[in-house]
Design a protein around this ligand. Structure first.
Ligand SMILES: Cc1cc2nc3c(=O)[nH]c(=O)nc-3n(C[C@H](O)[C@H](O)[C@H](O)COP(=O)(O)OP(=O)(O)OC[C@H]3O[C@@H](n4cnc5c(N)ncnc54)[C@H](O)[C@@H]3O)c2cc1C
Length: 383
């Protein structure tokens, strides 16, 4: 596995680093305090090729691959994790359209995403009462001539109310469980589609998270993504890649927190090496764990770039990176003492923002279930 970045990957990373510094950083505290949604920033990320990093150039993407994607996510998240999650979900939806869409769907939906015409695309799998057990979702899609009629309520949709298109998973066959689910590309102007409750959250305030309500929402059959019955497969495939992105997002926040704590300590001590053995241990553990996490993230990204299965490695990466990032942010806050919980420093925002990375795209408990299942399968194959 190559550990350095090639020129294409480095270009995505350095572009993200520049935009993180110039666009995300100046607004991060304000959005965290006042709420709102960084429409202009997300559109700018699109114009700079960061909403279609792994999308073919023919559709306006960068075609730079998954390692480039995680390198860019890490840079952006170090400045504002909340803006970054909108960018991540948009890349995830774009990849699903590029992989499963027909030519008309790619033409209609990929170009506005990669050009930054839309600030975001949305991914809608979760429902009230079906998060971890996503296959039990209850939103229905009933065929009616050349349309499907969607009814139901979806929950926790990132960029709800701002996305130009939503990838929605709904049940087309009530007799089947995961194989009875299909995927649809739903435009927000469709009659019967409504953005409902906006969630108030612990962190990531610059990311809108809403319910979506479908009430007799007539979606053209031409907007079904892939054949009937493969919606759950599309969702799980998307989440494998999404989990690698969340890993990088968590590492970005942890890197920022560790850097802030290191600067803080350096300002307090004349000779960091000679004194404060306990502080040295904290810094050493942060630095080592961040690098270990990055290696797991890179391995999963490289597997995806190589077109190889990554379910187990993506789950390992997400579990380790997000748990690590929470530990690092907690340590950084401890190093700051009372200042750590004051709004004068970004440390408390890092801790609030990073917490949810252990929940979305599958909780840590769910990642452990996936890792155990895939490890048992692997051993059975090797026996
Ligand atoms: C900010 C935010 C943004 C989100 N964005 C999106 C989005 O864009 N699109 C989307 O579709 N969803 C989104 N989600 C939803 C997210 O994916 C779910 O919240 C997540 O999958 C967990 O589901 P849940 O909240 O229903 O928790 P539950 O499934 O109810 O779980 C509750 C607790 O029980 C544990 N648990 C559940 N099952 C098991 C088990 N079998 N064994 C052990 N423990 C278990 C969980 O780990 C958790 O601790 C978002 C969530 C948040 C908070």
């Amino acid at each position: 596995m190559e550990l350095g970045l090639d020129p294409r990957q480095e270009d995505a990373r350095s572009t993200a680093a520049r935009l993180g510094r110039t666009l995300l950083a100046p607004d991060a505290a304000r959005f965290d305090r006042d709420g709102g949604y960084p429409i202009d920033t997300l559109r700018a990320l699109g114009r700079e090729g960061l909403l279609g990093i792994n999308i073919p150039k023919a559709y306006g993407g960068r075609a730079a691959g998954v390692v480039a994607y995680v390198a860019a996510v890490r840079e952006l998240a170090a400045h504002c994790a909340a803006t970054t999650v909108g960018m991540m979900v948009t890349n995830m939806v774009a990849e699903a359209i590029a992989k499963y869409g027909d030519d008309a769907q790619k033409d209609a939906y990929l170009r506005p995403i990669t050009a930054g015409q839309w600030p975001a695309a949305g991914f809608s799998l979760s429902e009230p009462g079906s998060g971890s057990d996503a296959a039990s979702l209850r939103t229905t899609a009933v065929r009616d001539g050349d349309h499907y009629v969607l009814d139901g309520t979806k929950a926790w949709v990132t960029s709800g109310g701002y996305a130009g298109v939503y990838l929605v998973m709904a049940r087309t066959d009530p007799e089947q469980r995961s194989r009875g689910i299909s995927a649809f590309l739903v435009e927000p102007e469709t009659p019967g589609f409504e953005v409902a409750r906006a969630e108030e959250k612990l962190g990531q305030h610059a990311s809108a998270t809403t319910q979506l309500v479908f009430d007799g929402c007539r979606v053209p059959a031409a907007n079904r993504l892939g054949p009937e019955g493969i919606g759950f497969k599309i969702a799980m495939n998307s989440l494998d890649g999404g989990r690698v992105g969340v890993s990088a997002q968590a590492i970005g926040v942890a890197t920022a927190a560790a850097a802030a704590a290191t600067r803080h300590l350096a300002g307090q001590m004349d000779d960091l090496a000679a004194d404060h053995a306990d502080r040295q241990r904290e810094l050493a553990d942060c630095a080592t764990e961040i690098d270990a996490a990055w290696l797991l993230c890179l391995r999963a990204a490289a597997l995806k770039d190589a077109g190889k299965p990554l379910t187990r490695e993506a789950a390992m990466s997400k579990l380790f990176c997000t748990e690590m990032a929470h530990r690092v942010c907690e340590r950084a806050l401890r190093i700051f003492g009372a200042d750590g919980i004051s709004g004068a420093h970004p440390i408390e925002r890092y801790l609030r923002d990073v917490r949810v990375t252990r929940i979305y795209e599958g909780t840590s408990e769910v990642q452990r279930i996936v890792i155990a299942r895939e490890t048992l399968r692997l051993m059975a194959r090797q026996a």
